[in-house]
Design a protein around this ligand. Structure first.
Ligand code: HEM
Length: 416
């Protein structure tokens, strides 16, 4: 048995998890609202420090108590591999949460639905109709035209605001966010945001609020009997956000039905169309498996991707940006869920459905803008990469860069 690493043995169908520090996994008691936030944000750098020191003390797998829930925290790639391969079935569900109920159509969203026949059916439908290689190829021209039109936006800003050939300041965070939403919305509904369009602005605001609210620590998720108090007003905010998203999406669906023969377009249930925006890192332990699993008793599982992705035993200078490491020291590692030292899209049954789409889009967007524009940091200071909290850990503040075109106006769709 390797000390300090997970050992899962199959003995008479009993899967056993042991962290090398005794049969029972250590349980950390503590200030649960604080740890609660960490459990939602296990991918962030804030969690890296606190969970890192816990892992030093308790080993790479331990449980924490959050209200009525016990959460299994997984802090190393070796353990993540065991959880997402041998035990993937046992960890394939998602925890119940107020956000999933109120903003995810009462657990109907593919990313947040419990493991079972409904989830299998909707995931299969999305894979076939939306994210398969065949479908992505069919929809590739949408990506290309949306990237082109977003680059025209930057060029137009430059033409309007730059004096002589100076650079203009562009908030690239806003630019990226809008472009990504535009690509997805256009693929799904055949629409995109025109600047100042009311439906688009409303949706962008609602989806941003949705992502923030999913990342909030909601006390009643951990102590269900205090829900009637609605501490923090989350129930009210979530209901409002769900209505706003519905209103925007209904508008597009109506337009879409008018514009096309609806029967020939994607046969996806209208009420669940927005699901594919959602992703969640938490997994729920199957009830039946809890009894089977010897040595721990947990309701939820979270993998600290930040700790795993910055493990100094695997990565040389883990906090430094050295993309060439993927051509040299770590050239065998990819992000597709087979190498557990780098799992930004997760792995196993609940792995991200949008991975191919996201990777292809990123390549297209980055290659296009790096080719077409020059970028410069407006200050001499290092860019502050502090993260915001939510479903995704975005850069907290704006990402303002000085931008100038480097090609002929024709490339941006303008005449010389
Ligand atoms: C760089 C961009 C993205 C990253 C890093 C990412 C990451 C993730 C992660 C970590 C999960 C959870 C996996 C798990 O539980 O093991 C997930 C789930 C999911 N992602 Fe993504 N994602 C990205 C983009 C997208 C896009 C563009 C879409 C849709 C077009 C998408 C759709 C989904 C869905 C539907 C799930 C839930 C799958 C399920 O529970 O069955 N993702 N994603």
């Amino acid at each position: 048995m390797v000390s300090n690493s997970i050992v899962l043995e199959r003995r008479n169908d009993v899967k056993r998890i042991n962290n090398g520090k005794g049969k029972r996994l250590p349980e950390v008691a503590g200030s649960w609202p604080i740890i609660g936030h960490l459990h939602l944000l296990a991918g962030s750098q804030v969690a890296h420090k606190v969970l890192g020191s816990m892992a030093d003390k308790f080993g790479p797998i331990f449980t924490i108590k959050l209200g009525v829930h016990r959460v299994l925290v997984v802090c190393s790639s070796e353990m993540a591999k065991e959880c997402l391969t041998t035990n993937d079935r046992a960890f394939a569900s998602r925890p119940k949460a107020m956000a999933t109920e109120l903003m995810g159509y009462n657990y109907a969203s593919v990313g947040l639905a419990p493991h079972g026949p409904y989830w299998r059916m909707i995931r299969k439908l999305i894979v076939l109709e939306l994210t398969s290689q065949h479908r992505l190829q069919m929809l590739a021209r949408i990506k290309v035209s949306e990237v082109k039109s977003s680059m025209m936006d930057i060029y137009r800003t430059w033409v309007t605001n730059a004096r002589s050939y100076e650079r203009v300041i562009v908030d690239m965070k806003q630019w990226f966010g809008k472009l990504v939403v535009n690509i997805v919305v256009k693929m799904m509904f055949g629409n995109h945001f025109s600047p100042g369009e009311q439906n688009g602005d409303q949706f962008l605001k609602a989806i941003t609020r949705f992502a923030q609210l999913v990342g909030e620590f909601v006390p009643s998720d951990f102590i269900p009997w205090i829900r009637w108090l609605d501490l923090g007003g989350y129930e009210m905010k979530m209901k409002k956000t769900a209505l706003e998203m519905d209103a925007a999406i209904n508008g597009w669906l109506e337009d879409h039905k008018k514009k096309r023969n609806y029967a020939s377009t994607l046969q996806v249930d209208e009420s669940k169309d927005q699901d594919i925006f959602m992703a969640a890192l938490l997994r729920r332990v199957e009830e039946a498996a809890k009894e089977e699993l010897y040595g721990f008793n947990a309701d939820d599982v979270v993998k600290s991707t930040c700790l795993i992705h910055h493990d100094p035993q695997i990565w040389i200078t883990p906090f430094e940006f050295h993309p060439d490491r993927f051509l040299t020291s770590n050239k065998e590692v990819d992000v597709k869920g087979r190498h557990f030292e780098l799992i930004p899209f997760g792995s196993g049954r609940r792995m991200c459905l949008g991975m191919s789409f996201a990777l292809e889009s990123l390549q297209l967007i980055l290659a296009s803008i790096i080719h077409a524009f020059e970028f410069q940091n407006p200050s001499n200071e290092k860019i502050n990469m502090t993260e915001s909290f939510g479903l995704v850990n975005h850069k907290a503040g704006p990402f303002e860069l000085q931008v100038a075109p480097r090609l002929s106006p024709r490339v941006y769709g303008f005449l010389d």
